[in-house]
Design a protein around this ligand. Structure first.
Ligand code: PMP
Length: 326
């Protein structure tokens, strides 16, 4: 991966080479950091780079920071505006990934969350597919369990908790699978290593609820709305058993990094026909058009980088009126 040219660090844009921390940094030693993952998509026809739902991402980011008692002097809108400035400094004209990171920067010994000083960095890099096999993924049910809310809050993107995801992902990939599906402590389906999961059975879409130790995915919310408003489907947010996945007609993952991935086999069992199904095919097409700013109705989700006017407003978020198709 090519390193970025710049970083937004503690309130200003600096050359990336100057955005350094010492090895004693609290966040590095104890995992006391939170992060985000946002995508920006290049639209060749318009010559514009669109950031997808930045205000929603930064809202979750600030909530994650709050879980670690970090007080950051920014609103979500202000952080989104700083991100546009950073992207303009990089001058990227390709799809990219944006990584906000808030970490306790104190270089001290001592595990705690109080009397520490948070620091904030944002970087961006060109980015393609996160999981190569996104049309035909073969997944395994991980032997690792998802972190529980009473251990490390799973609904926050807390750096230290991602060791859980890394254990599941590496074990899956080193065993020849594309991704891991992780169960909660009580054995229900939670999510993938870095993505939310959906199944479709008898025309109904089902996804685990937020009380199942999932990350409250921005893509998950987008896809729930698309399934209901554009495909006219019933969507249930409820607990899912492992074997319900095996009997599903379709299974798919959603996330900023992975976008929408068709899971066509789980632990060597074909899901449905064993090929990408109709619902996931339609959702992928819709999603890829929406994120590139090609669907007028969803355009407020896409914030332009190069023609952004005065900055990002809170309207660049939320839900939309139901489609006339329903
Ligand atoms: N679950 C986990 C554990 C993740 O890391 C991610 C990626 N942020 C997701 C789900 C998907 O969330 P989002 O759609 O907001 O990217």
């Amino acid at each position: 991966m090519n390193l970025p040219g710049y970083a937004f660090l503690d309130g200003k844009i600096v050359p990336y080479a100057e955005a350094k921390v010492g090895v004693l940094t609290h966040g590095l030693n104890y995992g006391t950091a939170v992060f985000g993952g946002i995508r920006a998509y290049w639209n060749d026809d318009e010559g514009e780079l669109f950031v997808f739902r930045p205000v929603d991402h930064f809202r979750r980011f600030l909530q994650s920071a709050g879980l670690l008692r970090m007080e950051l002097p920014y609103t979500a809108e202000a952080l989104a505006t700083c991100t546009l400035e950073l992207l303009r400094s990089e001058g990227l004209k390709t799809d990219c990934y944006i990584r906000p990171l808030a970490f306790y920067g104190d270089e001290i010994i001592g595990v705690r969350l109080h009397n520490l000083t948070p620091r904030l960095a944002i970087t961006s890099v060109p980015f393609g597919l996160y999981v190569e096999n996104d049309e035909n993924a073969h997944c395994t049910i991980s032997s690792w369990r998802r972190v529980d809310d009473n251990m490390i809050p799973a609904r926050g993107k807390i750096a230290g908790a991602y060791v859980n995801s890394a254990l599941a992902k590496s074990d899956a990939q080193l065993s020849g699978f594309d991704e891991a599906i992780v169960l909660s402590q009580d054995g229900h389906v939670s999510e993938g290593s870095a993505e939310n999961i959906f199944l479709v059975r008898n025309g109904v879409a089902v996804t685990p609820p937020i009380s199942e130790n999932i990350l409250e995915g921005i893509t998950r919310r987008t896809i729930i709305n698309l399934l209901k408003d554009e495909l006219g489907m019933e969507v249930q947010e409820r607990s899912v058993d492992r074997t319900e996945l095996f009997l599903a007609d379709e299974v798919f993952f959603t996330g900023t990094g992975v976008q929408v991935i068709a899971v066509t086999r789980i632990d060597h069992r074909p899901i449905g026909t064993g090929k990408m199904g109709n619902v996931v095919r339609q959702i992928r097409e819709l999603y890829f058009n929406i994120v590139r700013g090609r669907v007028v109705r969803y355009r407020p989700h896409c914030v332009p980088v190069y023609n952004s006017g005065t900055g990002v407003k809170s309207e660049n978020t939320g839900t939309f009126a139901r489609s006339s198709r329903k």
